[in-house]
Design a protein around this ligand. Structure first.
Ligand SMILES: NC(=O)c1ccc[n+]([C@@H]2O[C@H](COP(=O)([O-])OP(=O)(O)OC[C@H]3O[C@@H](n4cnc5c(N)ncnc54)[C@H](OP(=O)(O)O)[C@@H]3O)[C@@H](O)[C@H]2O)c1
Length: 259
Protein backbone atom coordinates (compact mmCIF):
# COMPACT_ATOMS: atom_id res chain seq x y z
CA UNK A 1 0.00 0.00 0.00
CA UNK A 2 1.14 3.53 -0.67
CA UNK A 3 -0.04 6.59 1.23
CA UNK A 4 -0.71 10.02 -0.21
CA UNK A 5 -0.99 13.11 1.99
CA UNK A 6 -2.97 15.99 0.48
CA UNK A 7 -3.09 19.46 2.03
CA UNK A 8 -6.19 21.51 1.32
CA UNK A 9 -8.22 18.36 0.69
CA UNK A 10 -11.48 19.75 2.10
CA UNK A 11 -12.58 21.39 -1.17
CA UNK A 12 -11.78 22.27 -4.78
CA UNK A 13 -8.75 20.82 -6.56
CA UNK A 14 -7.45 19.06 -3.43
CA UNK A 15 -10.74 17.22 -2.91
CA UNK A 16 -10.77 16.09 -6.56
CA UNK A 17 -7.14 14.94 -6.28
CA UNK A 18 -8.08 12.93 -3.19
CA UNK A 19 -10.78 11.10 -5.19
CA UNK A 20 -8.28 10.25 -7.95
CA UNK A 21 -5.55 8.93 -5.61
CA UNK A 22 -8.19 6.91 -3.71
CA UNK A 23 -9.59 5.44 -6.93
CA UNK A 24 -6.04 4.41 -7.82
CA UNK A 25 -5.78 2.50 -4.51
CA UNK A 26 -3.68 4.85 -2.38
CA UNK A 27 -4.38 5.27 1.32
CA UNK A 28 -4.94 8.91 2.17
CA UNK A 29 -4.08 11.49 4.79
CA UNK A 30 -6.37 14.48 4.29
CA UNK A 31 -5.30 17.81 5.80
CA UNK A 32 -7.11 21.18 6.12
CA UNK A 33 -8.85 23.31 8.77
CA UNK A 34 -12.41 22.06 8.02
CA UNK A 35 -12.36 18.81 9.98
CA UNK A 36 -16.06 18.04 9.30
CA UNK A 37 -15.56 18.18 5.53
CA UNK A 38 -12.40 16.04 5.78
CA UNK A 39 -14.16 13.41 7.91
CA UNK A 40 -17.03 13.22 5.42
CA UNK A 41 -14.63 12.82 2.48
CA UNK A 42 -12.52 10.24 4.34
CA UNK A 43 -15.66 8.15 5.09
CA UNK A 44 -16.90 8.42 1.53
CA UNK A 45 -13.58 7.45 -0.10
CA UNK A 46 -12.64 4.69 2.32
CA UNK A 47 -15.92 2.88 1.76
CA UNK A 48 -16.03 3.51 -2.02
CA UNK A 49 -12.47 2.30 -2.71
CA UNK A 50 -11.57 0.05 0.27
CA UNK A 51 -8.69 2.28 1.26
CA UNK A 52 -7.73 3.80 4.60
CA UNK A 53 -8.30 7.56 4.87
CA UNK A 54 -7.25 9.67 7.86
CA UNK A 55 -8.46 13.23 8.38
CA UNK A 56 -6.15 15.62 10.25
CA UNK A 57 -7.19 19.15 11.15
CA UNK A 58 -4.39 21.66 10.70
CA UNK A 59 -4.19 25.42 10.19
CA UNK A 60 -1.07 25.64 8.06
CA UNK A 61 -0.73 29.38 8.64
CA UNK A 62 0.43 28.66 12.21
CA UNK A 63 4.19 28.56 12.69
CA UNK A 64 4.23 25.15 14.42
CA UNK A 65 1.54 23.52 12.23
CA UNK A 66 3.84 21.37 10.11
CA UNK A 67 5.80 19.99 13.06
CA UNK A 68 2.54 19.19 14.88
CA UNK A 69 1.21 17.49 11.74
CA UNK A 70 4.38 15.39 11.42
CA UNK A 71 4.04 14.50 15.11
CA UNK A 72 0.50 13.23 14.47
CA UNK A 73 1.73 11.18 11.50
CA UNK A 74 4.40 9.58 13.71
CA UNK A 75 1.90 8.87 16.52
CA UNK A 76 -0.30 7.01 14.04
CA UNK A 77 2.69 5.28 12.36
CA UNK A 78 1.75 6.81 9.03
CA UNK A 79 4.55 7.08 6.46
CA UNK A 80 3.87 9.21 3.42
CA UNK A 81 4.86 8.12 -0.11
CA UNK A 82 3.33 10.98 -2.07
CA UNK A 83 3.00 14.51 -0.73
CA UNK A 84 0.52 16.81 -2.50
CA UNK A 85 1.13 20.40 -1.41
CA UNK A 86 -2.16 21.89 -2.57
CA UNK A 87 -3.44 24.14 0.26
CA UNK A 88 -3.34 27.79 -0.71
CA UNK A 89 -5.27 31.01 -1.07
CA UNK A 90 -5.01 34.46 -2.65
CA UNK A 91 -6.39 37.95 -2.25
CA UNK A 92 -7.07 40.56 -4.91
CA UNK A 93 -6.32 44.19 -3.97
CA UNK A 94 -3.62 46.80 -3.48
CA UNK A 95 -0.68 45.51 -1.46
CA UNK A 96 -0.59 48.60 0.78
CA UNK A 97 -4.30 48.27 1.61
CA UNK A 98 -4.85 44.53 2.12
CA UNK A 99 -4.85 43.12 5.64
CA UNK A 100 -1.24 42.55 6.71
CA UNK A 101 -2.00 39.40 8.75
CA UNK A 102 -3.86 37.79 5.87
CA UNK A 103 -0.93 38.49 3.54
CA UNK A 104 1.53 37.01 6.02
CA UNK A 105 -0.71 33.96 6.45
CA UNK A 106 -0.74 33.57 2.67
CA UNK A 107 3.04 33.31 2.65
CA UNK A 108 2.87 30.88 5.59
CA UNK A 109 0.41 28.54 3.82
CA UNK A 110 1.50 28.91 0.17
CA UNK A 111 5.26 28.94 0.82
CA UNK A 112 6.44 28.19 4.36
CA UNK A 113 4.23 25.19 5.15
CA UNK A 114 4.79 23.75 1.66
CA UNK A 115 8.56 24.04 2.09
CA UNK A 116 8.74 22.69 5.65
CA UNK A 117 6.38 19.78 4.97
CA UNK A 118 8.44 18.83 1.92
CA UNK A 119 11.64 19.03 3.98
CA UNK A 120 10.16 16.84 6.74
CA UNK A 121 8.66 14.15 4.52
CA UNK A 122 11.25 13.93 1.73
CA UNK A 123 14.19 12.11 3.42
CA UNK A 124 12.23 8.87 4.06
CA UNK A 125 10.92 8.99 0.47
CA UNK A 126 14.50 9.28 -0.82
CA UNK A 127 15.49 6.40 1.45
CA UNK A 128 12.68 4.20 0.06
CA UNK A 129 13.34 5.35 -3.52
CA UNK A 130 9.66 5.73 -4.40
CA UNK A 131 6.84 8.23 -4.21
CA UNK A 132 7.31 11.95 -4.67
CA UNK A 133 5.95 15.46 -4.54
CA UNK A 134 3.09 17.08 -6.44
CA UNK A 135 3.07 20.83 -5.80
CA UNK A 136 0.12 22.98 -6.79
CA UNK A 137 1.38 26.30 -8.11
CA UNK A 138 -0.43 28.48 -10.65
CA UNK A 139 0.06 30.16 -14.00
CA UNK A 140 0.30 33.23 -11.73
CA UNK A 141 3.83 32.01 -10.96
CA UNK A 142 5.05 32.92 -14.45
CA UNK A 143 4.85 36.72 -14.08
CA UNK A 144 4.43 39.51 -11.55
CA UNK A 145 0.84 40.21 -10.49
CA UNK A 146 0.03 43.83 -9.68
CA UNK A 147 -3.09 44.03 -7.44
CA UNK A 148 -2.37 40.49 -6.27
CA UNK A 149 1.34 40.92 -5.63
CA UNK A 150 1.86 38.50 -2.73
CA UNK A 151 -0.15 35.65 -4.25
CA UNK A 152 1.73 35.80 -7.58
CA UNK A 153 5.05 35.96 -5.71
CA UNK A 154 4.17 32.88 -3.64
CA UNK A 155 3.36 30.93 -6.81
CA UNK A 156 6.63 32.08 -8.47
CA UNK A 157 8.34 30.53 -5.44
CA UNK A 158 6.45 27.26 -5.90
CA UNK A 159 7.45 27.12 -9.58
CA UNK A 160 11.13 27.78 -8.89
CA UNK A 161 11.29 25.52 -5.83
CA UNK A 162 9.63 22.59 -7.62
CA UNK A 163 11.89 22.85 -10.67
CA UNK A 164 15.00 22.94 -8.49
CA UNK A 165 13.82 20.01 -6.39
CA UNK A 166 13.07 17.99 -9.51
CA UNK A 167 16.63 18.49 -10.73
CA UNK A 168 18.14 17.62 -7.32
CA UNK A 169 16.06 14.43 -7.20
CA UNK A 170 16.49 13.39 -10.84
CA UNK A 171 18.50 10.28 -9.89
CA UNK A 172 16.36 9.36 -6.88
CA UNK A 173 13.51 7.49 -8.54
CA UNK A 174 11.03 9.99 -7.06
CA UNK A 175 8.46 11.90 -9.08
CA UNK A 176 8.44 15.70 -8.75
CA UNK A 177 5.70 17.57 -10.60
CA UNK A 178 4.24 21.06 -10.60
CA UNK A 179 0.55 21.48 -11.37
CA UNK A 180 0.07 25.08 -12.53
CA UNK A 181 -3.65 25.71 -13.09
CA UNK A 182 -5.26 28.81 -14.50
CA UNK A 183 -8.71 29.98 -13.36
CA UNK A 184 -10.60 27.02 -11.88
CA UNK A 185 -14.15 26.79 -10.51
CA UNK A 186 -13.56 26.32 -6.77
CA UNK A 187 -14.02 28.36 -3.60
CA UNK A 188 -10.81 30.21 -4.55
CA UNK A 189 -12.61 32.68 -6.86
CA UNK A 190 -14.97 34.03 -4.18
CA UNK A 191 -12.44 33.81 -1.37
CA UNK A 192 -9.77 35.76 -3.29
CA UNK A 193 -12.35 38.04 -5.00
CA UNK A 194 -10.73 37.12 -8.33
CA UNK A 195 -13.99 35.46 -9.31
CA UNK A 196 -15.53 38.87 -9.96
CA UNK A 197 -13.06 39.54 -12.80
CA UNK A 198 -14.58 38.68 -16.18
CA UNK A 199 -11.28 37.17 -17.44
CA UNK A 200 -11.36 34.74 -14.49
CA UNK A 201 -15.02 33.74 -14.59
CA UNK A 202 -15.23 33.31 -18.37
CA UNK A 203 -12.19 31.02 -18.61
CA UNK A 204 -12.49 28.91 -15.47
CA UNK A 205 -12.02 25.14 -15.90
CA UNK A 206 -13.64 22.51 -13.68
CA UNK A 207 -11.73 21.31 -10.61
CA UNK A 208 -12.23 17.73 -11.85
CA UNK A 209 -10.40 18.41 -15.16
CA UNK A 210 -7.58 20.31 -13.45
CA UNK A 211 -7.06 17.59 -10.84
CA UNK A 212 -7.13 14.85 -13.49
CA UNK A 213 -4.41 16.63 -15.51
CA UNK A 214 -2.28 17.01 -12.37
CA UNK A 215 -2.80 13.42 -11.24
CA UNK A 216 -1.95 11.98 -14.69
CA UNK A 217 1.09 14.26 -15.00
CA UNK A 218 2.37 13.23 -11.58
CA UNK A 219 1.96 9.52 -12.30
CA UNK A 220 3.90 10.01 -15.57
CA UNK A 221 6.51 12.13 -13.74
CA UNK A 222 5.97 15.15 -16.00
CA UNK A 223 7.82 18.26 -14.85
CA UNK A 224 5.11 20.91 -15.24
CA UNK A 225 1.44 20.41 -15.99
CA UNK A 226 -0.52 23.46 -17.17
CA UNK A 227 -4.10 22.32 -17.82
CA UNK A 228 -5.96 23.93 -20.74
CA UNK A 229 -4.60 25.38 -24.01
CA UNK A 230 -5.35 29.01 -23.06
CA UNK A 231 -3.38 28.62 -19.84
CA UNK A 232 -0.50 26.90 -21.67
CA UNK A 233 -0.41 29.77 -24.17
CA UNK A 234 -0.33 32.31 -21.35
CA UNK A 235 2.43 30.49 -19.46
CA UNK A 236 4.54 30.02 -22.60
CA UNK A 237 4.10 33.59 -23.82
CA UNK A 238 5.83 34.96 -20.72
CA UNK A 239 9.13 33.55 -22.10
CA UNK A 240 9.13 35.88 -25.08
CA UNK A 241 7.03 38.89 -24.01
CA UNK A 242 9.16 41.47 -22.11
CA UNK A 243 8.55 41.47 -18.36
CA UNK A 244 7.61 45.18 -18.24
CA UNK A 245 4.80 44.38 -20.69
CA UNK A 246 3.43 41.29 -18.93
CA UNK A 247 3.22 43.11 -15.60
CA UNK A 248 1.50 46.06 -17.30
CA UNK A 249 -1.09 43.75 -18.90
CA UNK A 250 -1.75 41.83 -15.66
CA UNK A 251 -1.94 45.11 -13.75
CA UNK A 252 -4.59 46.43 -16.17
CA UNK A 253 -6.61 43.19 -16.10
CA UNK A 254 -6.61 43.05 -12.30
CA UNK A 255 -7.10 46.75 -11.57
CA UNK A 256 -10.17 47.34 -9.36
CA UNK A 257 -13.11 48.14 -11.61
CA UNK A 258 -11.70 46.19 -14.60
CA UNK A 259 -14.27 44.20 -16.54
N1 LIG B 1 -9.06 28.00 -8.30
C1 LIG B 1 -8.17 28.62 -9.06
O1 LIG B 1 -8.53 29.43 -9.94
C2 LIG B 1 -6.70 28.32 -8.90
C3 LIG B 1 -5.82 28.68 -9.94
C4 LIG B 1 -4.47 28.41 -9.79
C5 LIG B 1 -3.99 27.80 -8.66
N2 LIG B 1 -4.86 27.47 -7.65
C6 LIG B 1 -4.30 26.84 -6.45
O2 LIG B 1 -4.96 25.61 -6.22
C7 LIG B 1 -4.83 25.28 -4.84
C8 LIG B 1 -6.18 24.79 -4.33
O3 LIG B 1 -7.11 25.84 -4.38
P1 LIG B 1 -8.61 25.65 -4.88
O4 LIG B 1 -8.75 26.39 -6.13
O5 LIG B 1 -9.00 24.24 -4.85
O6 LIG B 1 -9.40 26.52 -3.78
P2 LIG B 1 -10.29 26.10 -2.54
O7 LIG B 1 -11.45 25.29 -2.98
O8 LIG B 1 -10.53 27.37 -1.81
O9 LIG B 1 -9.34 25.15 -1.70
C9 LIG B 1 -8.29 25.64 -0.90
C10 LIG B 1 -7.90 24.56 0.09
O10 LIG B 1 -6.82 25.06 0.89
C11 LIG B 1 -7.15 24.86 2.26
N3 LIG B 1 -6.57 25.90 3.09
C12 LIG B 1 -6.69 27.25 2.96
N4 LIG B 1 -6.10 27.87 3.99
C13 LIG B 1 -5.60 26.88 4.80
C14 LIG B 1 -4.91 26.89 6.04
N5 LIG B 1 -4.64 28.03 6.69
N6 LIG B 1 -4.55 25.72 6.58
C15 LIG B 1 -4.85 24.55 5.97
N7 LIG B 1 -5.51 24.47 4.78
C16 LIG B 1 -5.89 25.64 4.22
C17 LIG B 1 -8.67 24.92 2.31
O11 LIG B 1 -9.17 24.17 3.43
P3 LIG B 1 -9.82 24.79 4.75
O12 LIG B 1 -10.50 26.07 4.38
O13 LIG B 1 -10.73 23.71 5.21
O14 LIG B 1 -8.65 24.98 5.66
C18 LIG B 1 -9.05 24.20 1.02
O15 LIG B 1 -9.09 22.82 1.22
C19 LIG B 1 -4.30 26.53 -4.14
O16 LIG B 1 -2.92 26.38 -3.88
C20 LIG B 1 -4.51 27.63 -5.17
O17 LIG B 1 -3.58 28.68 -5.03
C21 LIG B 1 -6.20 27.71 -7.75
Amino acid sequence: MTTTLITGASSGIGKELAKLFARDGDDLVLVARSKGKLDELADQLSSAYQISATAIESDLSKHDAVDRLCGQLAERSLSVDTLVNNAGFGQLGAFAELDADRQTNMVMVNVTALTRLTRQLLPPMIHRGRGGILNVGSIAGYQAGPHMAVYYATKAYVLSFTEALREELSESGLHVTLLAPGPTKTGFGDDSEMGKLEMFASQAMSAEDVAKAGFDGYRKNEDIVVPGWRNRLMATSTSFVPRFLTRKIVGKLQKPGSP
